[in-house]
Ligand binder design. Structure first.
Ligand SMILES: [Zn+2]
Ligand SMILES: [Zn+2]
Length: 589
C-alpha cells in the first residue's frame, strides 16, 4: 500500500487532538490517552501502515494504549491520509493558540480565558495584551503572572526556529533507515549538532556515501516525510519535512567519508581548534581530508576515510561527538584523560517514576512489569508528596495504603527490586511537604521544586541547601526545574548547592524526561568535577516513558562516566551503598 501517513504524522495528529481537548477542558484522562498514544507511536520501530497492512485492526490493537477508538482513527489515517475528527476539532480553534498554550505560565485554562476575553489568537497578540497590562487585570491574574508570561514569551523567542533534540532525533533516524533501505548507499549517518546530541537543533544533516548520488537524491526527495523540495543538486539536496523541519542530505565519496563526517559534525569551535593545531604541525584539515602542507600548496593525503584517521593524523585518540564543543576535550585527548562516557546499557535501575497513586497514568504493577521488561534490576516508585491542589499522592494519612500498593507490585514482579520512594515538594522556605516521620519510612526520597520558581538566587540557594540538609533526602530531582524552550527554571549558586550536596552525600538527579533533561550538560560536567554524586531517573508517568536514552545523551555531553551515576550499580552494590553509614546516617527500609 502507498504510505499515506507516517508514524511521525500520526503521532503529531494525536498530540494535536490532546491539546485541543485540553483547551476545551475535556476529561484529563481522554487528553492523557491521546498524549500517551502519540508518544508510543513516535517511538514504534515499525510504520503503522505496515503493521495495519499485515495484521489489520487486530495488530493495531495489540500496541499498548491503542483501544478501539484510537485504533479506528489510525485505520482512517493510514487508509485515507487524513482524520476527519481532527479536521472538525481544528475548525473550532485558531491555529496560533497552540503556541500560546505552550508559553510558560499559560496552560489550557488561561489560554481559553485570554482567547475569549481578550481575543488573543496567537503569541504576538498575547505579547501585546501583556505589555499593555491587560493580563494583570483579568480575574485571578495579577502583575506577577503577567510578568511570568512575558518572560515565557522571551524564553520561547530565544529558541528561535530550533527544535528539541528529543522531537527531531526519532524523525532523523527514520530518514536514515529509509535511505539505508534504498540499498543505494554505502554509509548513512546523522551529522551536525544532532550528532553531538545538542539539546536543540536547527535542521537535520545527513551524510551518505554512494556511487549513484543522483539516484540517492531522487529517493531522498521522494520520501513520504518530505513536504517540499527546497533544492535538489547532484550531491546535495534540502527539503522541508511535514513535521516542520528542514533536512539536508549530502552524498560524498566513500574515501572521504570520515573527513566529511568530522567536518559536518562540528562544532565549529572544535574544528577551528583542531585546524589551528594542524597549521602548527604543517597539515591542513578540511571536509575532503587531512593533507600535508597548506590549503594552497596541498601535499600528500594523510587521512580521510574514518574519523579515527583524522584524529590520528594529529596524534589524538578518537573524540566522541558529544564532547566536541571545545570545552577542554582536545586538551584531555592530548593528555590521555578523555572520559569513558556512560552508555544506556550501563543503567541498572530507575530512581524516579510515578504511578496512578499520584499523577501517573498506570498502576504500580503495570509500571513494575514494564520496567522489568526493559531489563532494569530495580526501580524506585516515587509518587508525589505535594501540597499542590491538583496533585494526588502521598499525604500524611495514606502511607499504609501507598506501601500496600508497592507491596502488591513487589509480589507481582518478584525479580524486580522495588524501592518505596517519594518525590516530595521542596517548599519555598526549603522545608519539605512531608514530615520526617513519613520520609523515614521510605527507602528513597527525591526532593524537588515544583512551585515558586521566581525567588531570588540567594533565596533559592538557601532553599535547596535546606532540602539537601534534611537527613532523609537522597537526591534532588530535576534540580533547575527548567523545561526546554518553555521555562528557564530556578536560579541558584551551582557552586554552593553542589558543595552542600557533596558534603551530605546527596545526589543530583539527571532527569531524563524529554522536556526536562535536567541537570543540563554543563551542570553534569561541573558536578563531576566537584565529585558530586548523580542519579538518573526517567520521571516516567506511563510505561512507555520508562526511557533514559535522552538523559544518557545529556550526561555524555556533560563528560559523565558510568561511575558518576549511582544507578549504574548492580542492585547488590546499590543496596550496599544505600545501607552504608553515610554522613547523614540513613538506612534502607
Ligand atoms: Zn517533579
Ligand atoms: Zn517526577
Amino acid at each position: 500500500m502507498m504510505r499515506l501517513m507516517t508514524n511521525a504524522e500520526i503521532s503529531a495528529a494525536f498530540t494535536m487532538i490532546g491539546k485541543i481537548l485540553e483547551l476545551q477542558n475535556e476529561n484529563p484522562f481522554r487528553v492523557r490517552a491521546y498524549e500517551r498514544a502519540a508518544l508510543t507511536i513516535a517511538s514504534l520501530p515499525r510504520e503503522l501502515s505496515d503493521i495495519y497492512d499485515e495484521g489489520g485492526m487486530k495488530a493495531l490493537r495489540a500496541i499498548g494504549g491503542i483501544g478501539p477508538d484510537l485504533g479506528s482513527k489510525i485505520e482512517e489515517m493510514v487508509k485515507t491520509g487524513e482524520l476527519k475528527y481532527l479536521k472538525e476539532l481544528r475548525k473550532k480553534i485558531p491555529e496560533g493558540l497552540f503556541a500560546v498554550m505552550q508559553i510558560e505560565g499559560m496552560g489550557p485554562k488561561k489560554t481559553k480565558m485570554v482567547w475569549e476575553k481578550l481575543k488573543v489568537k496567537n503569541v504576538a497578540d498575547l505579547e501585546k495584551v501583556a505589555k499593555a497590562g491587560k493580563l494583570a487585570k483579568l480575574p485571578k491574574w495579577g502583575e506577577l503572572s503577567e510578568k511570568k508570561v512575558l518572560q515565557g514569551i522571551e524564553t520561547r523567542k530565544s529558541m528561535g526556529d530550533r527544535v528539541p533534540l528529543t522531537a527531531a532525533l526519532p524523525l532523523a533516524e527514520l530518514l536514515v533507515e529509509k535511505l539505508k533501505a534504498t540499498k543505494l548507499c554505502g554509509q548513512v549517518a546523522i551529522a551536525g549538532s544532532m550528532r553531538r546530541r545538542a539539546e536543540t537543533i536547527g535542521d537535520i544533516d545527513i551524510l551518505a556515501t554512494s556511487t549513484k548520488p543522483a539516484k540517492v537524491m531522487e529517493a531522498f526527495c521522494a520520501l513520504g516525510e518530505v513536504k517540499r523540495v527546497l533544492s535538489k543538486g547532484p550531491t546535495k539536496s534540502s527539503v522541508n519535512l511535514h513535521a516542520g523541519m528542514q533536512a539536508d542530505l549530502r552524498v560524498v565519496d566513500e574515501n572521504v567519508f570520515g573527513a566529511a563526517l568530522h567536518y559536518f559534525t562540528g562544532s565549529k569551535g572544535h574544528n577551528v581548534h583542531l585546524r589551528g593545531m594542524g597549521v602548527k604541525a604543517g597539515i591542513t584539515i578540511s571536509e575532503y581530508g587531512v593533507y600535508k602542507g597548506t590549503a594552497e600548496k596541498k601535499g600528500k593525503l594523510l587521512a580521510s576515510k574514518t574519523e579515527e584517521d583524522v584524529y590520528a593524523s594529529l596524534k589524538l585518540p578518537y573524540i566522541a561527538p558529544e564532547l566536541r564543543e571545545d570545552r577542554g576535550e582536545i586538551d584531555a585527548a592530548r593528555a590521555g584523560t578523555l572520559p569513558k562516557l556512560i552508555e544506556e546499557r550501563d543503567i541498572k535501575g530507575d530512581l524516579h517514576l510515578h504511578t496512578d497513586f499520584s499523577d501517573g497514568g498506570a498502576d504500580a504493577v503495570t509500571m513494575a512489569k514494564a520496567a522489568y521488561a526493559k531489563g532494569l534490576e530495580y526501580i524506585a516508585i516515587t509518587d508525589h508528596g505535594s501540597g499542590m491542589g491538583m496533585v494526588r499522592g502521598l499525604k500524611e494519612n495514606n502511607l499504609a495504603q501507598y506501601l500496600k500498593m508497592i507491596g502488591k507490585a513487589r509480589k507481582a514482579v518478584p525479580s524486580l527490586k522495588i524501592l518505596a520512594g517519594v518525590e516530595v515538594d521542596i517548599q519555598p522556605d526549603g522545608s519539605l511537604y512531608l514530615p520526617d516521620k513519613i520520609l523515614k519510612e521510605l527507602d528513597w526520597v527525591v526532593a524537588s521544586v515544583h512551585s515558586q520558581f521566581k525567588q531570588s538566587p540567594e533565596e533559592t540557594t538557601a532553599r535547596l541547601i535546606r532540602a539537601i540538609e534534611n537527613p532523609f533526602v537522597h537526591a534532588i530531582g530535576h534540580p533547575t526545574g527548567r523545561l526546554i524552550g518553555q521555562r528557564v527554571g530556578i536560579e541558584f549558586s551551582v557552586e554552593q548547592v553542589f558543595a552542600a550536596a557533596k558534603k551530605r552525600s546527596v545526589a543530583m538527579e539527571i532527569n531524563a524526561s524529554p522536556p526536562r533533561l535536567d541537570l543540563r550538560d554543563i551542570h553534569c560536567k561541573r558536578a563531576k568535577e566537584m565529585g558530586v554524586m548523580m542519579t538518573m531517573g526517567s520521571d516516567a508517568h506511563a510505561p512507555e516513558e520508562l526511557d533514559m536514552r535522552f538523559g544518557v545523551m545529556q550526561a555524555r555531553r556533560g563528560w559523565v562516566e558510568k561511575g558518576d551515576v549511582m544507578n549504574t550499580k548492580s542492585w547488590k552494590d546499590f543496596e550496599k551503598w544505600l545501607r552504608a553509614p553515610s554522613p547523614i546516617g540513613r538506612r534502607l527500609g
